[in-house]
Each structure stands twice: as structure tokens, then as C-alpha cells.
Ligand binder design. Structure first.
Ligand code: AOF
Ligand code: ZN
Length: 365
């Protein structure tokens, strides 16, 4: 077994915290002594013990002289929990292997430095790209205090979200749809525009076994959401935030139904999306899954708030000049103005494919 092998195992353990640790990172830890894994641990939930302390607390034998593998640099500060570096030093580990450094300014290399100063051998950057990717949300949020936004849609191979009649059940197959529910379980919030509510009357909950619902957000500048739609009717069971640019006579009925109205700055009578993101960040919402419609997608891209795009593509053709495509709005005038994506990956999901990538730049930044 190599350092990479143990780190791969630690990465797998880290994923057990998926959807439970926000706004903290997912972290996994493996302790090896004399060529044997003696204990494993992971960060289970925000406020709970960190991966290293969870592993050390579960040790059935002394970890003294062993090697600790951890996907993220051990913390050296007091947060909701005590520093992991203290626990590592107290337990006299000989070596620590770190996946990637922590971007939290309170740690950021100081954890590694603290251990080295205490005489612990430290290796860094093992499976670094994987460890960073695992916590793309955490890394963005800790540095920007605004949510990491993923724009997601499912379309046919000819770029349609639905038939010209509006029928959209279903574009992709079961495997791809289950994948979306895993994402809903992992991210803190899900957002749609009013048009999507009027058209589809969605519930936006997570239908994954053992999953949890993201906070549901509707971008509805003038509070025109129907009080009898499924989102409002379920607001007491699963939180619903309505992002508005004005407060008017319709507000009270929505609040009485259990929805919360988040009043934002307005640009041309519409919700200022950058302002909305700052307000969500201030509430500790570290990630948003943007699930339609086409107009909100373009507005979000134009506002420069989108970080990642997930396109589920079904190998089928539907046609129809009037059938909707995933990004609407006015659009950019020239191909040279198109927003480029980088680090594209393709994941086959049953008959379908998920293409995902990061937005290389945004028009405002
Ligand atoms: C680690 N191992 O498993 C995690 C770390 O408020 P706290 O005490 O939970 O601290 C949160 C910060 O600690 C978080 O911002 C990040 O820098 C680090 N998370 N560090 O050594 C872990 N979850
Ligand atoms: Zn820690």
C-alpha cells in the first residue's frame, strides 16, 4: 500500500460526511502503524469532532509512532472544536500525510508548520487535485463568503429542455435523475425562478433515501408566486425562501404559509443576484444548485454568480422551434463573448451523460 492508496481510502471516508458537514469541509482520516490500518475516522457533522480527532478517539491501540493520513491539513486553531494538531502531537504520531492545505486563513499552512516545528514529519499534496475537488464548495465559501453556485439542467441531444408542448417527463433516465438527488442532498440550497414554479409546480426536495432537503429558494422579484403551489404548501415541512425585490400586499399570506421573504436590492425591478448571494452567504448557505429556468440561468451567468455547470444530456432528439433551451435571456451577441468552461469531464449515467465544468471567467469579475 502506498501513500496514495491510504489517501484514496481517506477520501472515501470523507465522502460519508456529504450533506452533513456544511459549511465545514468533508474530511477523512486513516491511521497506519507497522503497515496496518489501525483506525479510520471522518468528519460527520458541523460542530462534531474533526476527522483526525474522531480517528484518534476510536483507536483500540496506541497510535504512537504511526502515520496519520488526512485529506485536509489538520487545523491548528480553536473553532467549534479544539485544534487537531494538539491531538496529533499528544498522541505522538511520527508522520502526517496531508492531501491538500486548508484555505481557511486561520490554518492555511500553519497546521503543517505547527506539526513540523514539533518534530512530526509531514508530507503534503498527496492526491491533492482530488482532495481539493472534493471540497470545491468549502474552498470557495471560506474565501468569498458567498455560495458556490452550480447551474444544472437536463436536455436532449438537440438542446431542448422539453417538447414544444411543455412535456418534460422525463428527459433523462433514472440513473441520471438519482444523480441529481444526490447533488440536492449534498448542497445547501436549491433555487429556481418564478417561471419554473408557474410552469412545473416543483417540490424541489431531495428524494434520495436517507437524504435531506436543501433550503428551497424561489427568485420572485414581485412576489407573484401562487400561495397554493406545492412549494408554498410544503413550506412548514421544508424551508422556503422567496427572494424578492419589493415587499407588497402578497407578502403576508406567503409568510403565514411558512415561507420566508428575503428582501434584496433591486436592479431594474429585479432581484440583484449578487446581493442575494451575499445575503445567502451571511446565513451560512455555502452552495446553491440553480435548477431553472432559462431566463434565470442567463441572468445568473450575466451577473457572474455561477461557478460550475452541470449538463445532463439524453441521447434523444425532440425538435420544435419553440421548445425551450437551457439558457435564455437576451444572450451574448458574438461567439467571441461566449462564456468558456474549463476542466470539462464526461460521466456516463445509464443511457445519459453528465458533462460538467467550471466557468473560466464571468463577465463582471
Ligand atoms: C480538520 N479536520 O475534519 C475538519 C477541519 O468549527 P470547527 O472546529 O469545526 O472548525 C472548522 C474549521 O476547521 C473549518 O473552517 C476548516 O478550516 C477546518 N476543518 N479541519 O483538521 C476536519 N473538518
Ligand atoms: Zn481539525
Amino acid at each position: 500500500m502506498t501513500d496514495e492508496d491510504y489517501m484514496r481510502r481517506a477520501l472515501m471516508l470523507a465522502r460519508r460526511g456529504e450533506g452533513r458537514v456544511s459549511p465545514n469541509p468533508m474530511v477523512g482520516c486513516v491511521i497506519v502503524k507497522e503497515g496496518r490500518v489501525i483506525v479510520e475516522g471522518w468528519h460527520e457533522k458541523c460542530g462534531g469532532p474533526h476527522a483526525e480527532r474522531a480517528a484518534l478517539a476510536a483507536c483500540a491501540e496506541s497510535p504512537q509512532g504511526g502515520t496519520l493520513y488526512v485529506t485536509l491539513e489538520p487545523c491548528c486553531h480553536w473553532g467549534r472544536t479544539p485544534p487537531c494538531t494538539d491531538a496529533i502531537m499528544e498522541n505522538r504520531l511520527a508522520r502526517v500525510v496531508v492531501g491538500c492545505l486548508d484555505a481557511n486563513p486561520l490554518v492555511a499552512g500553519n497546521g503543517v508548520q505547527t506539526l513540523r516545528t514539533a518534530g512530526v514529519a509531514v508530507a503534503t499534496g498527496v492526491l491533492e487535485a482530488d482532495c481539493k475537488k472534493l471540497n470545491e464548495v468549502f474552498f470557495h465559501f471560506i474565501q468569498n463568503q458567498t455560495p458556490f453556485v452550480t447551474l444544472k439542467y437536463a436536455m436532449t441531444l438537440d438542446g431542448k429542455l422539453a417538447a414544444h408542448t411543455g412535456d418534460s417527463k422525463w428527459v433523462t433516465g433514472e440513473t441520471a435523475r438519482a444523480h441529481v438527488h444526490r447533488t440536492r442532498n449534498r448542497l445547501s440550497a436549491i433555487m429556481v425562478g418564478l417561471g419554473t414554479v408557474l410552469q412545473d409546480d416543483p417540490l424541489l426536495t431531495c428524494r434520495m433515501e436517507g437524504g435531506r432537503d436543501p433550503v428551497r429558494i424561489v427568485c420572485d422579484s414581485r412576489l407573484r408566486i401562487p400561495p397554493d403551489c406545492r412549494l408554498v404548501r410544503s413550506a412548514r415541512v421544508s424551508p422556503l425562501l422567496i427572494a424578492a425585490a419589493e415587499r407588497n400586499a402578497r407578502a403576508e399570506a406567503l409568510e403565514r404559509a411558512g415561507a420566508e421573504i428575503l428582501l434584496c436590492n433591486a436592479v431594474n425591478g429585479r432581484v440583484d443576484l449578487a446581493d442575494l448571494m451575499r445575503r445567502l452567504g451571511a446565513r451560512g448557505i455555502d452552495s446553491v444548485l440553480l435548477e431553472g429556468g432559462a431566463a434565470l440561468h442567463f441572468a445568473a451567468l450575466e451577473a457572474g454568480i455561477v461557478h460550475k455547470v452541470q449538463a445532463y444530456i439524453a441521447p434523444k432528439l425532440i425538435g420544435g422551434a419553440g421548445a425551450k433551451s437551457p439558457v435564455g435571456g437576451q444572450g451574448f451577441a458574438k461567439m467571441a463573448d461566449a462564456l468558456p468552461l474549463r476542466h470539462m469531464t464526461v460521466i456516463p449515467l445509464g443511457e445519459d451523460f453528465l458533462l460538467e465544468g467550471e466557468l473560466a471567467c464571468s463577465p463582471v469579475s
